[in-house]
Ligand binder design. Structure first.
Ligand code: ADP
Ligand code: MG
Length: 604
């Protein structure tokens, strides 16, 4: 079927269920109408009782066989063929929209139907109607659908939608009947998961890791949360295996305590080596300091970053670094490789990481950490490719009050900023742009800095393209009052004295970005504020954001607002788009689909 193959490519169809999930958008039904309802399309048996040509138009009067009522029709641009077809005394089945004019039934330009009781699905695709219809007839059979692993109800649903015997079974007030829609959701999830399933490739590990984490845990100044412990136990099971290298992603909100999970993993690897890569030198430095502080003294830690190495990375048990790690030719092979803030790395950097992980046939255990919460549904889907652990709570309740503000609130804001600085707290103001632009109705960083520098001492400025960004951030951390920046500070550095953040033009940013920014304040439990500055204070999306603090709930919200037009920063993950499945709501459907995919695999 070379021809069919080409059509499938055109339609971007890669599985039988991809085809089956192209659901008709409407149906042409030639079942005879049982009653007359004005404004709707009817199929009626009728006999011609009068026929006349009238200014180029053909006017035909019928009597309807069922009701005996009269109905008149006009054919514009009529041909001699029409005249002959609708001669007086002839019988027809006509189809068209029923209307009424001065008490007389009318049907303009009716079609003459040859076959009664036929339901033809209409598909909206790039293909010709006849081509798509013949593809469906050829491939969508009960046998093929059962072969895909569907059960009898699901098969019946698809057969009904593609080859209906009656339209009534399909619709309920013009939309798909609830149960049909639920089954389509399931089939969509099932199809997606089946495709992912074949994609996971596992390799044997360099070695199994069984190091004792107790000396580290018992020495911590706090107890780990239940979720931290549960992730640690997930990882423990993974790395204890030799036949399969660990491949896990740990997703946890900013401040959920992922660093402790990293350090516990280092303990599991000890006395073998671990490597941790971070996206910026500042973050690497911070991780180094934490490792130094919390790991037992006998675990040797080293830091690798351009020009500022600490310790001997060849000797060390735990090497922390930036991508500078990738250029060290004498970097020893590690049994455990980790990446912090993995969402901050480019695709290319992630690929070169592979070289750290692999040693011909055996791979290092590999754990990635991400602070971009994803909906549970997405995590469940992704876990077909790699294992996923979620940390959904933070060790201590952070008190961050979020509020939308506008021009009229500026004097109050200024007062509040002064108060915070007086208490030796720090303030962060995020601008949408560095330079002025006519396209953005807000002041830029450069336009505003003069104002702040005149009013306050210790004002620091940085932005994404700033070569000295990291030094500025370090200086600010030590002695700054106000930091003016663009969204660069998203990078997970911790500024413990930060208690107030203002985000200018907040409505332009995605909720995920806003949440990351808000995560900068109140890191140490200090009461904090997040002000969303917008020219228009009434914004439903921002309003919802002010009331939602959990990153996983934000991810759900973000999905809901996916189509709203005011998001410009493209932070929304361009995940798989589903037609029926709602990633924010359909957790149960995805869970069930996962179960079914697993059963199918085991049966094979
Ligand atoms: P993340 O990397 O997930 O954003 P961190 O690991 O930086 O978060 O942790 C944030 C803060 O919480 C740090 O100051 C850390 O020392 C502290 N912390 C971590 N776990 C706990 C815990 N179980 N109890 C109290 N504080 C904790
Ligand atoms: Mg972190």
């Amino acid at each position: 079927m070379e021809e069919a193959k080409q059509l499938f490519t055109k339609l971007k169809i890669y599985s039988l269920l991809d085809l089956a999930l192209i659901i008709p958008t409407s149906y042409n039904d030639t079942t005879l109408s049982k009653s007359l309802v004005l404004g709707q399309v009817h199929t009626l048996e009728a006999k011609v009782i009068e026929s006349s040509v009238y200014g180029g138009k053909l006017r035909v009067t019928f009597t309807l066989t069922d009701s005996g009522r009269r109905l008149s029709s006009t054919f514009f641009r009529s041909t001699p063929y029409h005249h002959k077809q609708f001669s007086v005394g002839s019988s027809h089945v006509i189809q068209g929209k029923l209307e009424e004019y001065k008490g007389y039934l009318q049907m303009s330009q009716p079609k003459s139907i040859k076959q009664i009781g036929k339901i033809t699905p209409k598909y909206k695709t790039v293909l010709k109607e006849s081509s798509i219809a013949s593809l469906m007839e050829c491939y969508i059979t009960e046998k093929n659908l059962y072969n895909e692993g569907l059960d009898s109800k699901e098969v019946a649903t698809l057969m009904l939608l593609h080859f209906p015997k009656s339209i009534d079974e399909i619709y309920e007030n013009n939309s798909l009947k609830g149960e049909l829609k639920d089954r389509l959701k399931f089939i969509e999830a099932f199809n997606h998961l089946k495709k992912l399933q074949g994609k996971r490739v596992d390799f044997p590990a360099i070695r199994a890791l069984n190091g004792d984490i107790e000396p580290f845990i018992s020495n911590l100044p706090f107890t780990l949360t239940a979720e931290q412990m549960s992730v640690i136990s997930d990882i423990r099971k993974d790395v204890a295996k030799e036949d399969k290298a660990c491949k896990r992603m740990v997703v946890g909100d900013v401040g959920s305590g992922k660093t402790m999970v990293i350090l516990a993993s280092v303990m599991m690897a000890y006395p073998h080596k671990s490597i941790l890569m971070a996206p910026t030198s500042l973050l690497a430095l911070q991780l180094y300091e934490e490792a130094y502080k919390h790991l037992p003294s006998w675990v040797k830690v080293a830091l690798v970053m351009q020009g500022r190495d600490k310790g001997d990375y060849v000797e060390a048990d735990f090497v922390i670094g930036t991508h500078a790690l990738l250029y060290k030719e004498d970097l020893p092979r590690a049994s455990l490789v980790m990446v912090d803030e993995q969402h901050r790395f480019g695709t290319q950097q992630r690929q070169s990481l592979e070289t750290l992980v692999s040693s011909q046939t055996h791979k290092a255990h590999f754990i990635q950490f991400s602070a971009t919460p994803i909906p549970r549904t997405q995590a469940m889907m992704q876990s077909e490719l790699l294992d996923v652990s979620l940390i959904t709570t933070t060790p201590f309740e952070r008190e961050v009050l979020t509020q939308t503000i506008s021009k009229e609130d500026f004097p109050d804001l200024l007062g509040h900023i002064k108060e915070e600085i007086a208490q030796e707290h720090q303030v962060l103001i995020i601008y949408p742009l560095v330079e002025a632009s006519s396209e953005v109705p807000y002041q830029s960083l450069e336009e505003s800095r003069g104002f702040w520098e005149k009013k306050f001492k210790q004002v620091y400025v940085t932005h994404g393209k700033d070569k000295h960004k990291e030094e500025v951030l370090l200086k600010f951390r030590e002695e700054g009052s106000i930091l003016l920046a663009t969204t660069v500070v998203e990078v997970g550095i911790s500024l413990p004295k930060l208690t107030l953040i203002v985000i200018v033009g907040a409505e332009r940013l995605g909720l995920a970005t806003l949440h990351q920014l808000r995560g900068r304040v109140g890191r140490n439990g200090l009461k904090s504020w997040c002000y969303l500055y917008s020219n228009k204070k009434e914004n439903f999306r921002l309003q919802q954001f002010t009331q939602t603090t959990n990153g996983f709930d934000i991810a759900k919200l973000d999905l809901k607002f996916r189509d709203s037009g005011d998001i410009l920063d493209g932070t929304i993950q361009s995940g798989q788009k589903f037609k029926w499945l709602d990633m924010a709501e359909d957790e149960e459907v995805v869970a069930y689909a996962k179960k079914r995919v697993k059963i199918k695999k085991e049966l094979k």
